[in-house]
Design a protein around this ligand. Structure first.
Ligand SMILES: [Fe+2]
Ligand SMILES: [Fe+2]
Length: 272
């Protein structure tokens, strides 16, 4: 038997999460691993984790989370925005890890082949809780629930994170529309593709950093077998319009110490 596995939100910038990554091993040498973002913030940490996983799994497929896109002051790599993303894509190519910039890899599943489409669509504040972005952000700052992206995730050369998001959405839709519909897709995104998934958040103000309404119909419009995502740090399985959605986060030490890893460290997406 071989499996298609997934994980996200490894957060190896936190020392206590590194032993978890060291424990991630395939049961057999031909297993594939999806890594749905938030590996770490600093490039050296991202390289360590993805390099280790690429040496163990037959294929690793990565898409960025918000944390990879932060430019922290103590990271020797001070690239921002799209240049930082391009740098990480080049790093992945050196490691043999697939990214949203590569052709979709095809995995031979139990019911035939599936194509794994890592997508990077970011967010545009359309999951906000007030009429305008400004009001929604003001409310968040007043309540103290503010995503650190506001300080470290720079959109350069785009004028805003939403402009970068809209460019990414347009490019991703073009790729997905060009995909052969005979081969069903596994859509992989760090951010939830449908807003409903954020209804579970303890702080509804946080939803504005969690995705874009522009991706709401992708799992219906493009032939999708499973959607894999993370970012919320709430590992679970839900169904939307008959499509399985898998939240595959490890999360922060304070989170997994409290809840454990009720779904295991690696989620089985498909088995053959
Ligand atoms: Fe995360
Ligand atoms: Fe995240």
């Amino acid at each position: 038997m071989t499996r298609l596995l997934a994980v996200s939100d490894l957060h190896v910038g936190m020392a206590d999460n590194r032993p978890i990554v060291e424990r991630l091993r395939p049961a057999s040498a031909d297993e594939w691993l999806i890594v749905a973002g938030d590996v770490a913030e600093r490039v050296a940490d991202i390289e360590w984790a993805l390099g280790l996983l690429a040496s163990r799994f037959a294929r690793v497929i990565w898409t960025p989370g918000n944390h990879e896109l932060w430019t922290l002051r103590d990271d020797p790599v001070q690239l921002r925005g799209a240049e930082r993303y391009d740098h990480l894509v080049a790093l992945c190519r050196r490691l043999g890890v697939l990214t949203p910039e590569d052709p979709y890899a095809v995995w031979e599943g139990p019911a035939g082949p599936v194509a794994i489409a890592p997508v990077f669509a970011l967010y545009d504040y359309s999951f906000r809780t007030a009429a305008t972005k400004q009001e929604s952000l003001e409310r968040a700052f007043r309540s103290g629930v503010v995503c650190t992206d506001e300080f470290f995730l720079h959109p350069d050369p785009y004028p805003s994170r939403e402009a970068w998001c809209h460019a990414r959405v347009a490019e991703t839709e073009r790729r997905l529309a060009a995909h052969d519909p005979d081969i069903p897709l596994i859509l992989v995104s760090h951010w939830p593709l449908v807003r409903e998934l954020t209804d579970i958040l303890w702080y509804p103000e946080f939803a504005q950093w969690c995705g874009t309404e522009l991706t709401a119909g992708w799992h219906r419009r493009f032939r999708t077998q499973v959607v894999v995502y993370g970012h919320l740090h709430i590992p679970r399985t839900t169904w939307h319009d008959g499509v399985r959605f898998e939240e595959v986060s490890i999360g922060y030490p304070r989170e997994w110490r409290r809840r454990g890893h009720p779904r295991g460290l690696l989620r089985e997406i498909l088995a053959a």
